[in-house]
Design a protein around this ligand. Structure first.
Ligand code: SF4
Ligand code: SF4
Length: 331
């Protein structure tokens, strides 16, 4: 069995927030964490990474060989977020930087209980279907473990003293957990209506109301498990003997005013309303065409991280559903 390397898991970093960090023992892990500040995409698509180095007249791609690592405590919506990123980065043209990190990782999923901001149930990402090596359902005194891959099986075999076969009572407890959890979602809607809704609601006044308050701060995008826009930044290093430079890939945000600016002074999305509508459409409709899955996984991070308190994505959806003739989609 290959070594599992470092383990990253949710750690409490303030009274209200959690972050995926390296842990040494189980007591470091915040098992109660619902949503971390940043989703686990940061392990595979880092906020900043050097792609190309220039050393004199030698230009070379930076090929990092990641050591094996474990990401523990990934909830179902974040598993779905990683699967969406896989569709982006592992389709042609394949991103080898992302692929190497994905191959080096063992993903251990963990069940959770939704709060008022979660709407993964509406987006169909509320249960663990795939995208993990192991998935743990918290049954109180014990965890019910699902094994999805050879890597997951090897981890379980390595800690066999803590594991026993499930019996019928365990299976019943597992089913009870997920059916009780299902009842805890406060706001639900039929996501199959979203593409039509975005088309029909394109000129609704709700967008003006949101845009009046939007600060174009871009907070809603780095926290999103499926946002993947980046910029390339060339950095020249100070060296009088030879030319040294690097090309970095850094996260970008479609909510920044200059994101859609092009040479000649044109900006295709000059105002907050243009950028907000673009982002909502991408989340609720756009991905359906390109990769056949919605790009919103209902994690609620954009809602809790918006300083203007406007990024209530299910609230916007419900408002639009009520205003159109699609009220039947509110469940
Ligand atoms: S759009 Fe908001 S709720 Fe949906 S996946 Fe992104 S951060 Fe989560
Ligand atoms: S986090 Fe809120 S205020 Fe900031 S860009 Fe997104 S919607 Fe606008």
């Amino acid at each position: 069995m290959q070594t599992t390397g470092k383990v990253y898991a949710p750690v409490k970093v303030s009274d209200l927030s959690y972050s995926f960090k390296a842990v040494e023992t189980h007591s470091d892990i915040a098992f109660e964490a619902l949503r971390t500040i940043l989703p686990p995409k940061k392990f595979f698509f880092p906020q900043e990474e050097t792609i190309v180095m220039c050393d004199g007249d030698q230009i070379s791609e930076v090929v990092e060989v990641p050591t094996p690592f474990v990401v523990f405590g990934v909830h179902p919506c974040d598993l779905a977020g990683l699967l969406a990123l896989d569709k982006i980065f592992l389709s042609a043209p394949l991103d080898s930087h992302y692929q190497r990190r994905r191959r080096a990782a063992v993903i251990v999923g963990l069940s959770c209980l939704p709060d008022k901001h979660c709407f993964c149930r509406s987006m169909g990402t509320d249960t663990p279907n795939k995208g993990y090596d192991l998935f743990l359902t918290d049954l109180g005194e014990e965890f019910y473990v699902q094994i999805k891959s050879q890597a997951g099986l090897e981890v379980i075999q390595a800690c066999s003293t803590f594991v026993q076969s499930v019996n019928n009572d365990d299976n019943d407890s597992y089913k009870d957990f997920w059916s009780e959890r299902d009842k805890l979602f406060e706001r639900t809607f039929d996501s199959s209506k979203l593409p039509n809704l975005m088309d029909m609601g394109w000129n609704d006044p709700v967008w003006d109301q949101l845009a009046e308050r939007c600060l174009s701060c871009g907070n809603c995008t780095p926290v999103c498990p499926t946002c993947y826009c980046f910029d390339m930044v060339d950095v020249a290093m100070f060296n009088t003997q030879k030319m040294e430079a690097k090309r970095d890939r850094v996260w970008d945000s479609c909510q920044f005013s200059g994101f859609a600016a092009v040479a000649g002074g044109e900006n295709f999305r000059p105002g907050p309303i243009d950028r907000l509508k673009f982002w909502y459409r991408h989340k609720l409709h756009g991905f359906d065409d390109a990769i056949e899955i919605p790009s919103c996984v209902g994690c609620g991070r954009c809602t809790v991280s918006c300083p203007a308190g406007i990024d209530d994505l299910p609230g916007v959806v419900l408002t639009l559903l009520q205003k159109t003739n699609m009220k039947d989609a509110v469940q």
